[in-house]
Design a protein around this ligand. Structure first.
Ligand code: UDP
Length: 469
């Protein structure tokens, strides 16, 4: 391909695992279609040696540019994204606003590079649109949550839904174009969690402050998954294109052996231990349990889940992050060594794709939900916060690929409920229907990303436009 024909994108992810994964995978797809892509890393994403990330077929790799905060001593800067998100976010914005133009300039002047023509950024950075425009680049936000959840936040931004909802509305149903009727507890947690951080609420709504001015708008979903709300959104904003599920190609097309993980993990997975353990288990016998990279369950909730797993009498593999380990009941690991394996972090895709896994107890983060859907694994939803309750609602009532565990009066999922849901999903009356639906969605996910599928077409059209620009 001639040098001037190749589009070059700079991609700016939010450095949290659930945001990095879709950005990286989308980046790989863009590269495999001929674009050049440079990904910006900012601590905590910055690692000493980022391994080359191949873009499936073709052997091209993602380019990296690292931004660094001034040292802590000098500026009182914190790269602790979990500890104080608001302060982190402000520093991140400042850092990017200063250093990103320098990077774009550098690539402009590099002989071996291609002129940067587009800034692809996480939708949580609406200000990046101005940065792109100032640099003369096309602006393209990537929304990493579902179209349904985006629509709800859009309604908040428009003042059509207020947060938190009034006390007297607790029993009400919420109606929005393109969405099924939702009860209060089906909405993102900020609608009913009166202790929710107002900064995060404002940030979620702000994603829609200028998105209609973007040149391209991408969402990590696929058309047939959220048909109704997707067609509603497409009528309002034709620039919206669904490009998901952003799952490494090997899991959607077994012929591709190389693209088997996202490529950039903030945690170290216990791949060998998990693989060996799963290999020793029967088909569809294992319960895989994971609550993503951020959820911090209360001690009582952890305890109930732990004893619920034991009561289910199924083999289980549970990813409990280092920082959460102390919440496990005393002696739990010792008492369950026969049945269970607890590790700090799993190679989740590989685990979900293993024949031994028959059920996924999940917090319903959007990536985890899409991964389970794309690999046909039935779910038990135990949502924790943010968009997870809405995803859980869709899992149980719209796609019917799992059950949502009920809360008791004190807001806890009890051990009996955990046991009941696992048994029902794996062998109960509804299990056959759930498995059938899971298989159906797995096929639909594959169709969307296969050559000529809806998401593949959307990506191809974007690539064509950048190349011709
Ligand atoms: N994940 C993983 N190993 C684990 C737990 C999670 O690789 O033990 C990955 C998972 O595959 C997903 C991401 O971490 O891609 C979590 O994203 P999600 O949106 O599900 O949840 P979040 O971490 O944002 O709450």
């Amino acid at each position: 391909m001639e040098k001037q024909e190749r589009g070059h994108i700079v991609a700016l992810p939010l450095p949290a695992q659930g945001h990095v994964n879709p950005m990286i995978q989308f980046s790989k797809r863009l590269i495999s279609k001929g674009l050049k892509l440079t990904l910006i890393t900012v601590p905590p994403l910055e690692m000493d040696n980022i391994p080359p990330i191949q873009a499936g077929v073709g052997g091209e790799t993602i380019g990296f540019e690292r931004l660094s905060f001034p040292t802590k001593e000098e500026e009182g800067v914190s790269s602790d994204i979990q500890g104080n998100f608001q302060s982190y976010y402000k520093q991140f914005r400042q850092l990017v606003s200063i250093q990103l133009p320098q990077i774009v300039e550098k690539h402009k002047n590099m002989q071996a590079s291609y002129p940067v023509s587009c800034l692809l950024y996480d939708s949580h950075f609406p200000w990046a649109l101005d940065v792109a425009k100032q640099l003369g680049l096309a602006a393209a936000p990537l929304f990493t949550q579902s179209c349904a959840v985006n629509t709800i936040h859009y309604n908040v931004h428009q003042g059509l839904l207020r947060i938190p909802l009034r006390e007297d509305q607790d029993e009400a149903l919420v109606c929005m174009a393109g969405l099924p009727r939702l009860e209060i507890f089906d909405l993102p947690s900020f609608f009913y969690d009166r202790e929710a951080d107002p900064f995060i609420l404002a940030l979620l709504a702000s994603q829609f402050s200028n998105f209609a001015e973007a040149d391209f708008i991408f969402v990590n979903t696929f058309d047939s998954l959220e048909e109704q709300v997707v067609s509603w959104a497409a009528r309002q904003w034709p620039a919206i294109k669904n490009i998901g599920p952003t799952i490494p190609s090997m899991y959607l097309d077994k012929r591709l052996k190389d693209d088997k993980d996202y490529g950039l993990s903030l945690f170290k997975p216990e791949a060998d231990i998990c693989r060996k353990w799963l290999d020793s288990k029967g088909d569809a016998s294992v319960v895989y349990v994971a609550f993503g990279s951020m959820a911090t369950l209360g001690e009582e909730q952890m305890e109930e889940i732990a004893w619920g797993l034991k009561r289910s009498e199924r083999p289980f593999l549970w990813a409990v992050r280092e920082s959460e380990l102390k919440k496990l009941p005393r002696n739990f690991i010792e008492e369950t060594t026969e049945k269970g394996l607890v590790v700090p972090w799993c190679p989740q895709l590989e685990v979900l794709a293993h024949e031994a896994v028959g059920c996924f107890v999940t917090h319903c983060g959007w990536n985890s939900t899409l991964e389970a859907l794309s690999l046909g694994v039935p779910m038990v939803a135990v949502p924790y916060w943010s968009d997870q309750p809405t995803n859980a609602k869709f899992v149980m009532d719209v796609w019917r690929v799992g059950l949502r565990a009920k809360l008791n009066k004190r807001g806890i999922v009890t051990r009996e409920e955990v046991e009941l849901c696992i048994k029902e999903v794996m062998e109960g009356e509804s299990s056959l229907e759930i498995k059938r639906n899971s298989e159906k969605l797995k096929v639909m996910a594959r169709e969307a990303v296969d050559e000529g599928g809806s998401s593949d077409n959307n990506i191809q059209q974007f690539v064509n436009k950048l190349v011709c620009a």
